[in-house]
Design a protein around this ligand. Sequence first.
Ligand SMILES: Nc1ncnc2c1ncn2[C@@H]1O[C@H](COP(=O)(O)OP(=O)(O)OP(=O)(O)O)[C@@H](O)[C@H]1O
Ligand SMILES: [Mg+2]
Length: 356
Amino acid sequence: MSDPLLTVEDLAVTFPDPDGSDTRAVDGVSLSVEAGEIHGLVGESGSGKSVTARTVLRLLDDADVSASRLAYRGEDLLAKSEREMRAVRGDEIGMVFQDALSALNPVMTVGEQIAEVVRHHGDVDESTSLLSELRRKYVTGTSKSTASWRRAVELLETVGIPDPEQRASEYPHQLSGGQRQRVMIAQALAGDPSLIIADEPTTALDVTVEAGILTELRELCADFNVAILLITHDLGVVAQTCDHVTVMYSGSVMEHGPTDDIFEAPAHPYTEGLLRSIPEGAKRGDELATIPGSAPDPRDRPAGCPFRDRCPEATEACTDSLPEHALSAEHHTYCHHRPHEDGGRDDVRTSPQPER
Ligand SMILES: Nc1ncnc2c1ncn2[C@@H]1O[C@H](COP(=O)(O)OP(=O)(O)OP(=O)(O)O)[C@@H](O)[C@H]1O
Ligand SMILES: [Mg+2]
Protein backbone atom coordinates (compact mmCIF):
# COMPACT_ATOMS: atom_id res chain seq x y z
CA MET A 1 0.00 0.00 0.00
CA SER A 2 1.26 3.47 -0.81
CA ASP A 3 1.98 6.08 1.85
CA PRO A 4 -1.05 7.90 3.25
CA LEU A 5 -1.45 11.52 2.20
CA LEU A 6 -0.92 12.77 5.73
CA THR A 7 0.85 10.84 8.46
CA VAL A 8 0.99 12.01 12.05
CA GLU A 9 2.87 9.74 14.43
CA ASP A 10 3.26 10.28 18.12
CA LEU A 11 2.67 14.02 17.97
CA ALA A 12 3.16 15.99 21.17
CA VAL A 13 2.46 19.71 21.44
CA THR A 14 3.24 21.68 24.57
CA PHE A 15 2.68 25.37 25.25
CA PRO A 16 5.44 26.46 27.59
CA ASP A 17 4.51 28.61 30.54
CA PRO A 18 7.11 30.74 32.32
CA ASP A 19 5.76 29.67 35.73
CA GLY A 20 6.48 26.02 34.88
CA SER A 21 2.92 24.77 34.43
CA ASP A 22 3.28 23.92 30.75
CA THR A 23 0.12 22.96 28.85
CA ARG A 24 0.44 19.57 27.20
CA ALA A 25 -2.29 20.16 24.64
CA VAL A 26 -1.51 17.12 22.52
CA ASP A 27 0.17 14.08 23.94
CA GLY A 28 1.10 11.26 21.57
CA VAL A 29 -1.42 11.60 18.76
CA SER A 30 -1.16 9.42 15.66
CA LEU A 31 -3.46 9.52 12.67
CA SER A 32 -3.28 9.09 8.95
CA VAL A 33 -5.42 10.51 6.18
CA GLU A 34 -5.64 8.63 2.90
CA ALA A 35 -5.99 10.39 -0.44
CA GLY A 36 -9.61 11.23 -1.25
CA GLU A 37 -11.13 10.19 2.10
CA ILE A 38 -13.03 12.19 4.70
CA HIS A 39 -11.38 11.58 8.04
CA GLY A 40 -13.19 12.76 11.14
CA LEU A 41 -11.28 14.06 14.15
CA VAL A 42 -13.74 14.06 17.00
CA GLY A 43 -13.54 14.86 20.68
CA GLU A 44 -14.98 17.15 23.29
CA SER A 45 -13.90 20.75 23.75
CA GLY A 46 -10.25 21.12 24.71
CA SER A 47 -9.23 17.63 23.57
CA GLY A 48 -6.57 19.04 21.22
CA LYS A 49 -8.26 18.82 17.81
CA SER A 50 -7.49 22.36 16.65
CA VAL A 51 -3.97 22.24 18.05
CA THR A 52 -3.35 19.02 16.09
CA ALA A 53 -4.69 20.63 12.89
CA ARG A 54 -2.73 23.83 13.31
CA THR A 55 0.44 21.92 14.06
CA VAL A 56 0.13 20.05 10.75
CA LEU A 57 0.17 23.43 8.99
CA ARG A 58 2.84 24.72 11.39
CA LEU A 59 0.62 27.64 12.36
CA LEU A 60 1.55 27.59 16.04
CA ASP A 61 4.81 29.34 16.68
CA ASP A 62 4.49 29.53 20.45
CA ALA A 63 4.39 25.74 20.92
CA ASP A 64 7.02 23.03 21.39
CA VAL A 65 6.29 20.33 18.86
CA SER A 66 7.71 16.84 18.61
CA ALA A 67 6.65 13.86 16.54
CA SER A 68 8.23 10.65 15.40
CA ARG A 69 6.75 11.50 12.00
CA LEU A 70 4.77 14.39 10.56
CA ALA A 71 4.66 13.84 6.85
CA TYR A 72 2.65 15.03 3.90
CA ARG A 73 3.06 12.90 0.77
CA GLY A 74 6.07 11.37 2.47
CA GLU A 75 7.76 14.78 3.03
CA ASP A 76 8.72 15.77 6.54
CA LEU A 77 6.69 18.87 7.44
CA LEU A 78 8.78 19.63 10.50
CA ALA A 79 11.91 19.92 8.33
CA LYS A 80 10.40 22.53 6.01
CA SER A 81 11.37 26.19 6.14
CA GLU A 82 8.66 28.81 6.68
CA ARG A 83 8.90 29.66 2.98
CA GLU A 84 8.36 26.01 2.03
CA MET A 85 5.46 25.79 4.46
CA ARG A 86 3.82 28.78 2.77
CA ALA A 87 3.79 26.76 -0.44
CA VAL A 88 2.28 23.78 1.40
CA ARG A 89 -0.48 25.93 2.91
CA GLY A 90 -2.90 26.73 0.18
CA ASP A 91 -1.27 24.79 -2.66
CA GLU A 92 -1.18 21.40 -0.96
CA ILE A 93 -3.30 21.69 2.17
CA GLY A 94 -6.22 24.10 2.32
CA MET A 95 -7.75 25.24 5.58
CA VAL A 96 -11.35 26.09 6.44
CA PHE A 97 -12.03 27.60 9.85
CA GLN A 98 -15.19 27.71 11.92
CA ASP A 99 -15.56 31.45 11.87
CA ALA A 100 -15.44 32.62 8.27
CA LEU A 101 -16.28 36.20 9.18
CA SER A 102 -13.04 36.66 11.07
CA ALA A 103 -11.00 34.49 8.68
CA LEU A 104 -12.01 36.43 5.57
CA ASN A 105 -10.75 39.91 4.80
CA PRO A 106 -13.63 42.36 5.50
CA VAL A 107 -12.44 45.00 3.02
CA MET A 108 -11.97 42.78 -0.04
CA THR A 109 -14.73 41.29 -2.18
CA VAL A 110 -15.00 37.54 -1.81
CA GLY A 111 -14.26 37.09 -5.52
CA GLU A 112 -11.02 39.02 -5.16
CA GLN A 113 -10.00 36.93 -2.13
CA ILE A 114 -10.45 33.73 -4.10
CA ALA A 115 -8.82 35.22 -7.22
CA GLU A 116 -5.77 36.09 -5.14
CA VAL A 117 -5.29 32.44 -4.18
CA VAL A 118 -5.78 31.40 -7.82
CA ARG A 119 -3.03 33.81 -8.94
CA HIS A 120 -0.62 32.72 -6.26
CA HIS A 121 -1.26 29.10 -7.09
CA GLY A 122 0.25 29.94 -10.47
CA ASP A 123 -2.51 28.58 -12.67
CA VAL A 124 -2.92 31.85 -14.50
CA ASP A 125 -0.51 34.17 -16.19
CA GLU A 126 -1.09 37.30 -14.12
CA SER A 127 1.40 39.30 -12.13
CA THR A 128 1.50 38.56 -8.41
CA SER A 129 4.16 41.16 -7.62
CA LEU A 130 3.57 43.10 -4.44
CA LEU A 131 2.95 46.28 -6.42
CA SER A 132 0.30 44.78 -8.65
CA GLU A 133 -1.41 43.06 -5.70
CA LEU A 134 -1.49 46.38 -3.80
CA ARG A 135 -2.83 48.17 -6.85
CA ARG A 136 -5.56 45.57 -7.22
CA LYS A 137 -6.41 45.72 -3.56
CA TYR A 138 -6.49 49.48 -3.04
CA VAL A 139 -6.72 51.20 -6.40
CA THR A 140 -8.21 49.41 -9.36
CA GLY A 141 -9.75 46.22 -7.99
CA THR A 142 -9.52 42.97 -9.90
CA SER A 143 -10.49 43.34 -13.51
CA LYS A 144 -13.48 41.14 -14.13
CA SER A 145 -12.04 40.00 -17.42
CA THR A 146 -9.02 38.31 -15.85
CA ALA A 147 -8.66 34.54 -15.74
CA SER A 148 -8.27 34.58 -11.94
CA TRP A 149 -11.62 36.40 -11.51
CA ARG A 150 -13.36 34.00 -13.88
CA ARG A 151 -11.92 31.07 -11.95
CA ALA A 152 -13.13 32.64 -8.67
CA VAL A 153 -16.66 32.89 -10.05
CA GLU A 154 -16.44 29.29 -11.25
CA LEU A 155 -15.33 28.13 -7.80
CA LEU A 156 -18.21 29.97 -6.14
CA GLU A 157 -20.51 28.11 -8.47
CA THR A 158 -18.76 24.82 -7.66
CA VAL A 159 -19.43 25.25 -3.94
CA GLY A 160 -23.10 25.91 -4.58
CA ILE A 161 -23.42 29.69 -4.29
CA PRO A 162 -26.35 30.93 -6.35
CA ASP A 163 -25.74 33.85 -8.70
CA PRO A 164 -21.96 33.52 -8.28
CA GLU A 165 -21.11 36.43 -10.57
CA GLN A 166 -23.03 38.89 -8.44
CA ARG A 167 -21.83 37.31 -5.15
CA ALA A 168 -18.19 37.50 -6.21
CA SER A 169 -18.42 41.31 -6.14
CA GLU A 170 -19.78 41.37 -2.60
CA TYR A 171 -18.01 41.71 0.72
CA PRO A 172 -18.07 39.00 3.41
CA HIS A 173 -20.58 40.87 5.61
CA GLN A 174 -23.09 40.92 2.74
CA LEU A 175 -23.26 37.11 2.69
CA SER A 176 -25.06 34.71 5.01
CA GLY A 177 -23.08 32.52 7.43
CA GLY A 178 -23.53 29.45 5.25
CA GLN A 179 -22.45 31.33 2.13
CA ARG A 180 -19.35 32.60 3.90
CA GLN A 181 -18.39 29.04 4.83
CA ARG A 182 -18.85 28.10 1.18
CA VAL A 183 -16.60 31.02 0.19
CA MET A 184 -13.93 29.68 2.54
CA ILE A 185 -14.25 26.25 0.95
CA ALA A 186 -13.97 27.85 -2.51
CA GLN A 187 -10.88 29.72 -1.35
CA ALA A 188 -9.36 26.50 -0.01
CA LEU A 189 -10.11 24.79 -3.34
CA ALA A 190 -8.55 27.65 -5.33
CA GLY A 191 -5.07 26.34 -4.53
CA ASP A 192 -6.06 22.96 -5.94
CA PRO A 193 -5.07 21.15 -2.74
CA SER A 194 -5.06 17.39 -2.12
CA LEU A 195 -6.13 17.88 1.48
CA ILE A 196 -8.48 20.34 3.15
CA ILE A 197 -8.40 20.67 6.91
CA ALA A 198 -11.82 21.86 8.00
CA ASP A 199 -11.95 22.88 11.67
CA GLU A 200 -15.60 22.81 12.78
CA PRO A 201 -16.72 24.28 9.45
CA THR A 202 -20.42 24.00 10.23
CA THR A 203 -20.61 24.39 14.01
CA ALA A 204 -21.87 27.97 13.85
CA LEU A 205 -24.58 27.18 11.31
CA ASP A 206 -28.11 25.98 11.66
CA VAL A 207 -28.91 22.36 10.92
CA THR A 208 -30.26 22.68 7.37
CA VAL A 209 -27.43 24.94 6.23
CA GLU A 210 -24.98 22.54 7.85
CA ALA A 211 -26.49 19.59 6.00
CA GLY A 212 -26.05 21.39 2.68
CA ILE A 213 -22.42 22.18 3.35
CA LEU A 214 -21.61 18.63 4.48
CA THR A 215 -23.18 17.31 1.28
CA GLU A 216 -21.07 19.80 -0.65
CA LEU A 217 -17.90 18.60 1.09
CA ARG A 218 -18.70 14.97 0.28
CA GLU A 219 -19.29 15.85 -3.36
CA LEU A 220 -16.08 17.86 -3.59
CA CYS A 221 -14.22 14.98 -2.06
CA ALA A 222 -15.54 12.66 -4.77
CA ASP A 223 -15.34 15.10 -7.71
CA PHE A 224 -11.89 16.54 -7.01
CA ASN A 225 -10.37 13.59 -5.19
CA VAL A 226 -9.53 15.92 -2.34
CA ALA A 227 -9.18 14.44 1.14
CA ILE A 228 -10.75 16.22 4.10
CA LEU A 229 -9.68 16.15 7.71
CA LEU A 230 -12.97 17.15 9.30
CA ILE A 231 -12.78 18.37 12.87
CA THR A 232 -16.01 18.23 14.80
CA HIS A 233 -17.48 17.56 18.21
CA ASP A 234 -20.68 16.27 16.62
CA LEU A 235 -21.04 12.50 16.23
CA GLY A 236 -23.93 12.98 13.82
CA VAL A 237 -21.63 14.84 11.44
CA VAL A 238 -19.11 12.01 11.69
CA ALA A 239 -21.74 9.33 11.05
CA GLN A 240 -23.03 11.07 7.97
CA THR A 241 -19.82 12.33 6.46
CA CYS A 242 -16.68 10.45 7.40
CA ASP A 243 -15.00 7.30 6.07
CA HIS A 244 -12.66 6.99 9.03
CA VAL A 245 -12.68 8.55 12.44
CA THR A 246 -10.12 9.30 15.14
CA VAL A 247 -11.57 9.83 18.61
CA MET A 248 -9.52 12.13 20.84
CA TYR A 249 -9.78 12.70 24.54
CA SER A 250 -7.64 15.07 26.57
CA GLY A 251 -4.79 15.28 24.06
CA SER A 252 -4.65 11.55 23.27
CA VAL A 253 -6.25 9.21 20.77
CA MET A 254 -8.67 6.74 22.37
CA GLU A 255 -9.77 4.88 19.28
CA HIS A 256 -9.57 5.08 15.51
CA GLY A 257 -10.99 3.10 12.64
CA PRO A 258 -13.56 2.95 9.86
CA THR A 259 -16.66 4.95 10.85
CA ASP A 260 -19.00 1.97 10.39
CA ASP A 261 -16.90 -0.24 12.68
CA ILE A 262 -16.70 2.41 15.36
CA PHE A 263 -20.43 3.08 15.33
CA GLU A 264 -21.35 -0.61 15.21
CA ALA A 265 -18.79 -1.87 17.69
CA PRO A 266 -17.08 0.90 19.65
CA ALA A 267 -14.14 -0.59 21.52
CA HIS A 268 -13.07 2.12 23.94
CA PRO A 269 -15.20 2.85 27.03
CA TYR A 270 -15.01 6.55 26.12
CA THR A 271 -16.39 5.98 22.61
CA GLU A 272 -19.00 3.60 24.03
CA GLY A 273 -20.04 6.25 26.51
CA LEU A 274 -20.34 8.84 23.77
CA LEU A 275 -22.52 6.59 21.65
CA ARG A 276 -24.60 5.31 24.57
CA SER A 277 -25.40 8.83 25.68
CA ILE A 278 -27.20 9.48 22.41
CA PRO A 279 -30.60 7.76 22.51
CA GLU A 280 -31.21 6.40 19.03
CA GLY A 281 -27.70 6.40 17.70
CA ALA A 282 -26.02 9.50 16.43
CA LYS A 283 -28.18 12.42 15.49
CA ARG A 284 -27.04 15.66 13.95
CA GLY A 285 -26.51 18.32 16.55
CA ASP A 286 -25.87 15.98 19.47
CA GLU A 287 -23.02 17.21 21.58
CA LEU A 288 -20.30 14.96 22.90
CA ALA A 289 -19.87 16.29 26.40
CA THR A 290 -22.48 14.07 28.01
CA ILE A 291 -20.33 11.77 30.15
CA PRO A 292 -20.26 12.79 33.82
CA GLY A 293 -17.07 14.39 35.09
CA SER A 294 -14.50 16.50 33.31
CA ALA A 295 -11.20 16.02 31.51
CA PRO A 296 -7.89 16.42 33.36
CA ASP A 297 -6.18 19.80 33.38
CA PRO A 298 -3.71 19.79 30.46
CA ARG A 299 -1.20 21.57 32.71
CA ASP A 300 -1.22 18.64 35.08
CA ARG A 301 -2.19 15.55 33.17
CA PRO A 302 -1.53 12.28 35.01
CA ALA A 303 0.36 9.36 33.46
CA GLY A 304 -1.62 6.45 32.03
CA CYS A 305 -5.08 6.78 30.57
CA PRO A 306 -6.48 10.35 30.77
CA PHE A 307 -10.04 8.99 30.78
CA ARG A 308 -9.58 6.75 33.81
CA ASP A 309 -11.25 9.03 36.35
CA ARG A 310 -14.47 8.98 34.33
CA CYS A 311 -14.20 5.37 33.20
CA PRO A 312 -16.49 2.70 34.71
CA GLU A 313 -13.89 0.04 33.95
CA ALA A 314 -10.73 1.70 35.24
CA THR A 315 -8.30 -0.44 37.21
CA GLU A 316 -4.84 0.01 38.67
CA ALA A 317 -3.25 -0.74 35.28
CA CYS A 318 -4.85 2.40 33.81
CA THR A 319 -2.70 4.63 36.01
CA ASP A 320 0.54 3.70 34.33
CA SER A 321 0.02 3.16 30.62
CA LEU A 322 -2.23 3.54 27.61
CA PRO A 323 -1.73 0.38 25.54
CA GLU A 324 -2.76 0.08 21.90
CA HIS A 325 -4.85 -2.86 20.73
CA ALA A 326 -5.60 -3.71 17.13
CA LEU A 327 -9.10 -5.09 16.58
CA SER A 328 -8.43 -5.24 12.88
CA ALA A 329 -5.82 -3.80 10.55
CA GLU A 330 -7.67 -0.47 10.62
CA HIS A 331 -9.58 -0.42 13.91
CA HIS A 332 -7.40 0.29 16.94
CA THR A 333 -8.23 1.17 20.51
CA TYR A 334 -6.09 2.41 23.38
CA CYS A 335 -7.26 0.67 26.52
CA HIS A 336 -6.19 -2.04 29.00
CA HIS A 337 -9.61 -3.63 28.94
CA ARG A 338 -10.25 -4.06 25.24
CA PRO A 339 -10.88 -6.16 23.34
CA HIS A 340 -12.46 -8.38 25.97
CA GLU A 341 -15.57 -9.88 24.39
CA ASP A 342 -13.82 -12.33 22.17
CA GLY A 343 -10.85 -13.93 23.66
CA GLY A 344 -9.02 -11.77 26.19
CA ARG A 345 -7.29 -8.51 25.82
CA ASP A 346 -4.06 -9.77 24.31
CA ASP A 347 -5.85 -11.74 21.67
CA VAL A 348 -5.27 -9.31 18.85
CA ARG A 349 -7.04 -10.01 15.62
CA THR A 350 -5.26 -8.69 12.58
CA SER A 351 -7.52 -9.78 9.75
CA PRO A 352 -8.43 -6.75 7.66
CA GLN A 353 -12.02 -5.52 7.66
CA PRO A 354 -13.88 -5.44 4.38
CA GLU A 355 -13.50 -2.18 2.48
CA ARG A 356 -16.29 0.32 2.91
N1 LIG B 1 -1.89 29.12 22.15
C1 LIG B 1 -2.17 28.38 23.22
N2 LIG B 1 -1.52 28.56 24.38
C2 LIG B 1 -1.76 27.79 25.47
N3 LIG B 1 -2.66 26.78 25.49
C3 LIG B 1 -3.36 26.55 24.37
C4 LIG B 1 -3.15 27.32 23.17
N4 LIG B 1 -3.98 26.83 22.21
C5 LIG B 1 -4.66 25.83 22.77
N5 LIG B 1 -4.29 25.65 24.07
C6 LIG B 1 -4.81 24.62 24.98
O1 LIG B 1 -4.67 23.36 24.36
C7 LIG B 1 -5.76 22.51 24.67
C8 LIG B 1 -6.37 21.96 23.40
O2 LIG B 1 -6.98 23.01 22.69
P1 LIG B 1 -7.69 22.85 21.29
O3 LIG B 1 -8.03 24.23 20.84
O4 LIG B 1 -6.87 22.03 20.38
O5 LIG B 1 -9.01 22.04 21.67
P2 LIG B 1 -10.18 21.57 20.70
O6 LIG B 1 -10.25 20.09 20.79
O7 LIG B 1 -9.99 22.17 19.36
O8 LIG B 1 -11.45 22.18 21.43
P3 LIG B 1 -12.76 22.92 20.84
O9 LIG B 1 -13.72 21.83 20.49
O10 LIG B 1 -13.25 23.74 21.99
O11 LIG B 1 -12.35 23.74 19.66
C9 LIG B 1 -6.72 23.33 25.51
O12 LIG B 1 -6.49 23.03 26.86
C10 LIG B 1 -6.31 24.76 25.21
O13 LIG B 1 -6.58 25.59 26.30
MG1 LIG C 1 -11.03 23.58 18.24
